[in-house]
Design a protein around this ligand. Sequence first.
Ligand code: EPU
Length: 428
Amino acid sequence: MEKFVINGGKPLKGKVRISGAKNAAVAILPAVLLADSPCVIDNLPEISDVTAILKAMSYLGANVRTISKTSVEIDPTHVNSYIVTKEMTENMRASSYFLGALLGRLNRARVAPPGGCDFGVRPIDQHIKGFESLGAKVIIEGGMVDSRALRLSGSSIYLDVVSVGATINIMLAAVKAKGLTVIENAAREPHIVDLANFLNSMGANIMGAGTNVIKIRGVDSLKGTSYSIIPDQIEAGTYMVAAVATKGDVMIENVTPKHLESIIAKLIETGADITEYDEAVRVCMNTRPKKCNVKTMPHPGFPTDMQPQIATLLAIADGTSIITEGVWDSRFRYVDQLTLMGADIQVDGKMAVITGVQNLNPAPVRAVDLRAGAAMVIAGLMAKGTTEVEEIVHIDRGYENITEKLTALGADIKRVTVNPDLQKLRQA
Ligand code: EPU
């Protein structure tokens, strides 16, 4: 068990390089299972969610060869198992993508229901509706989602909610189905476009990714390819907020500024000075942030995965801000932790009213989930004195080398083992 010990109050200054996108990687890796020959995937983030997916792929029979820290070669030719247990995926959300990928490859998938961050109910009814529409039978038995088909056939699917996961899973299942599949009311996130580009580079025929109508004409086979994953929009946004929150000056490199538009717009409203370059953004701040209201929405709206981070910044804003969560039922569990640091936040259902205070105070806090954990790190960087953030295992799921990257920007943050005796016992 580890925690972060942060001595806050120092402005972040310098350059940080953003890693490959977690939510693209966790879709593209299972998609490799659809190929008939090896794929090389570059710009993979070094995070525990990626390690867990690669481990699961090895269990399924794929040959995974590490080329470098950010690059792997995966040969899926011998994959013939369709079972993915809870133990194999360590309870991550993206395990559901094995459903679409294995169904697409073997016409059969038996996968433990996805886990991941706890934002209240996380249904997969739209994924199931999509698979059934393509001709699969889906049942939930023995704690597993079991889907099978004789042959998948293209179909027209209207999503009742804009779901990233359902859009991706239907793309995975449909890419080798017979005929044309149309996904209407599809999600438009950058990682959906990245997955489509990856599949098309293997020989798929996918049109419209990035709009709300995606058309997939099934092909008989997909060949191996080399592909580099897009930069992580949320990691970039997190460092941008950290720069503003500490009144810093940070050049955030290896980003796609177009993916950051909603985040840039909101940070400018708070008073930040942001310059966009081809593959970088520079973020400077030298005053107390101004209040602003934020509503999270599917892309191109303000991302829900940036909600805890911007709430943390607005906790010290001049004035009262309102955050409305427009994607998840319950994503304010971290507010109690910020309150421990002196924030004044009232939550009512999907809305949080944040009355800005002058400063946050250091305190021992917990990372209640991945992005909430990132928000606690930002809070620790803002508060003068020593803040300890526990349960950082959540943060390691999605942020590569966060202590190293922040240290290079001038932060004082250390990863500390909480109980060495217990740790030794666990490793024995
Ligand atoms: N929903 C349904 N039925 C479904 C699927 C979703 O009602 O079958 C609802 C959900 O309850 C939610 C909304 O639709 O209210 C959106 O859920 P979505 O399916 O888009 O979320 P997801 O695919 O499970 C991905 C990201 C999340 C991110 C959301 C929204 C991955 C692995 N996860 O989750 O990322 O919050 O999209 O953008 O891509 C994170 O990275 O920290 C993270 C949680």
